[in-house]
Design a protein around this ligand. Sequence first.
Ligand SMILES: Cc1ncc(COP(=O)(O)O)c(C=O)c1O
Length: 406
Amino acid sequence: MAGPVTYYSGGDVDAATGALIRRRQAALGGAYRLFYEHPLQLVRGLGSRVWDADGREYLDAYNNVPAVGHAHPRVVAALSEQAALLNTHTRYLSEPIIDYAEQLLATVGFDAHVIFTCTGSEANDLALRIVRQATGRTDVIVTSHAYHGVTESIAAISPSLGGAESLPATTHLVSPADLGGSVRSLLDSGVRPAALIVDTILASDGIVVDPPGFAEAAAAVQASGGLFIADEVQAGFGRLGTGMWGYNRHGLAPDMVTLGKPMGNGHPVAGLIGRADLIDAFGASVRYFNTFGGNPVSIAAAQATLDVIRDEGLIEHASDLGGYLVSLLTGLDVVDVRGVGLYVGVELDSTERTVAVVNRMREAGVLLAASGPDNTVLKIRPPLVFSRADAELLATELERTLNHGC
Ligand SMILES: Cc1ncc(COP(=O)(O)O)c(C=O)c1O
């Protein structure tokens, strides 16, 4: 498969960086990757900016996890106040987790419950267990270059990790270019899936903003007795500027919604919102306990993040600023500019050019990455507090980079 190629591949770096890379390699081993030809050692962040060990400032146009901005003071205060008070788990009564869950439930239009995990992978893994138990089926339909996480069951539905040939026969791939048609032909061929699971911005498929037949595909799976899981780990918490969830844009009625990355602004808190009947049926036969999932410190971080999204009007901001950013990028010498809210893809004509642009932008002080099956799409998904001036700086640097040899 075409693996991401914007990673450090062993080229020349300064002596101190080289020493740190060797220690890291010796300690952490071969599964980890570093971004960029010249890897970055980041030591501090604030809002949309991060600083490296030499004090150089970078514009962060890549990290969606610190959704309300790096080191947002309200999130930092909520985390540290709760950490100084008490941290336990979900087997004691606690009001904040209930308050927070009630607010999440109010964002979906169906009778649901919330279960907390620590990572998006765990949320998807649990969603799979629930849908497989509920349907008595095992097969799962995913998009052709999907990524849903790292557990064994989820790596088995993540073709972007090891390629289609790495997947079990129970995983079926559909094309983002024709979701409706390709799901329909699978069903017509006799596949009876437990679920269709889709990242609602199709990030690893190359940021597909409006996959044709999305609603039709989900409805067809549901009509066949399967369930639809909206993976909101990338798109969720307002990033797309159209309500809280990416599925809002497509007229979908998910049975499960999985959450992660931006939920705690960098603190590891994730979870799923699932149909109440499914979760109750699952809970009747299996107890659920996740030592760290939903602990009071995580909930404090998640609550503060949600409060900031609301109080700073970040969903509307994502919509406005995303539109402005796309307008600034439209007209550049590229194949395509597409985006919704603050999830923007800029498609270039080759992997080599994309890799060169990502590295050149890093040298220019702007952090980006690449995505898509061939890594030809610049992935732009900054903290939601990105400003108009940030968008202008990004557009100016990208234009300069594209016009000067990249
Ligand atoms: C769409 C999607 N789902 C799930 C995950 C897994 O989340 P985590 O890394 O928190 O396990 C990711 C992570 O990149 C993702 O992009």
